[in-house]
Design a binder for this molecule. Structure first.
Ligand code: NDP
Length: 315
């Protein structure tokens, strides 16, 4: 480790979704000279969506990847130092805190803002990958609107799937819900709502055999795992709601998290249990998960970091 290049920053931001870039915009405008490492997927989850219609300020909507280029440009224009690179290890035992980038460079930082996001879990089917953005989505709130009046399918049986199925049932003619067991994991109240919604049709003991369509989603082949029977259902949208995985592995053992790895923040703030370490966006939010809420929490993190550094007499 002696040969690692060491660099010192006041504020280090890791992650480049709406939370990270917004934190960078605020931190740069406050003259904190933030350095932001973009991580493995520059732009984050929005770079794998198509049109974004619910982010305020874009009356005509905008493509997700283009929106993230706007975020990045704005952060750069404010003076943030945006870099390629993945945070691979941290050491919070002494201040300034250490963050390893690509296992070779060490950044020592007075304050750290974690915006590493979460990744949707996918089924792993080739057709799911091929049609991603062409009718296949992992976010009903983001993309449900495009299937107004049409038939869609959703896979999953947790609270997210239940919530998204209910959301879709208000927009779409029929929601075909594919549940792999004979029971749902979702809370009782959510299950009851789903079961009492007439245009949600549940397929118990069922798995997705294939999503059908060449350039757009046209149907789904559902296999009953008890009987082996396969049926094809015509649909225009296919939603995967089998959970998200917060990208928080490198902080395990350092920062308080819930049982699924979401970083815990003090309610109403971006503060973690480690002073000077803040978290924003989906890595600390399993409930809202929207670009606009992530951006809002990125702003909070930059303001919290600024106040922290000022109180410490560092910035
Ligand atoms: P969960 O892990 O709770 O549920 C995932 C669901 O997807 C389960 O039903 C699981 O099936 C199913 N699943 C997993 N892998 C596959 C697969 N390969 N094929 C088919 N189905 C699969 O994730 P959620 O995102 O639903 O929820 C995460 C957490 O967030 C939970 O604690 C939840 O309560 C909470 N939450 C709360 C909300 C609220 O209170 N309003 C809203 C949304 C989430 P199986 O049951 O068979 O394992």
């Amino acid at each position: 480790m002696e040969n690692n290049i060491i660099e010192k920053t006041h504020v280090l931001i890791i992650g480049s979704g709406p939370a990270g870039y917004t934190a960078a915009i605020y931190a740069a405008r406050a003259n904190m000279k933030p350095v932001l490492y973009q991580g493995i997927q520059p732009g984050g989850q929005l770079t794998i969506t198509t049109e974004v219609e619910n982010y305020p300020g874009y009356p005509e909507g905008i493509q997700g990847p283009e929106m993230m280029i706007h975020f990045e440009k704005q952060a750069t224009r404010m003076g943030a130092d945006i870099r390629y690179g993945l945070a691979t290890k941290v050491d919070f035992s002494t201040q300034p805190y250490k963050v390893w980038i690509d296992d070779e460079k060490i950044i020592e930082t007075d304050a750290l803002i974690i915006c590493t996001g979460a990744s949707a879990k996918w089924l792993g089917l080739p057709s799911e990958q091929r049609l991603n953005g062409f009718g296949v989505s992992a976010c009903a709130v983001c993309d449900g609107f495009f299937f107004k009046g049409k038939e869609v399918a959703i896979v999953g049986a947790g609270d997210t799937a239940a919530e998204e199925a209910l959301y879709l049932s208000k927009l779409c003619s029929t929601v075909h819900m594919i549940v792999r067991r004979d029971a749902m994991r979702a809370s009782k109240v959510m299950q009851e709502r789903v079961l009492n919604t007439s245009n949600i049709k549940i397929y118990w003991n069922s798995e997705t055999d294939e999503i059908l369509g060449d350039n757009k989603t046209e149907g789904v082949r559902i296999k009953n795992t008890k009987t082996g029977e396969k049926i094809e259902v015509p649909i225009s949208g296919f939603f995967v709601a089998i959970g998200h995985q917060p990208n928080s592995d490198i902080f395990k053992g350092w920062i308080d998290m819930d049982e699924t790895g979401y970083i815990k923040t003090i309610p109403g703030t971006s503060k973690t249990n480690i002073e000077g370490v803040f978290a924003a966006g989906d890595v600390q939010d399993k409930n809202y998960r929207q670009a606009v809420t992530a951006a809002g929490s990125g702003c909070m993190a930059a303001l919290d970091a600024e106040r922290y550094l000022t109180a410490k007499g560092i910035a």
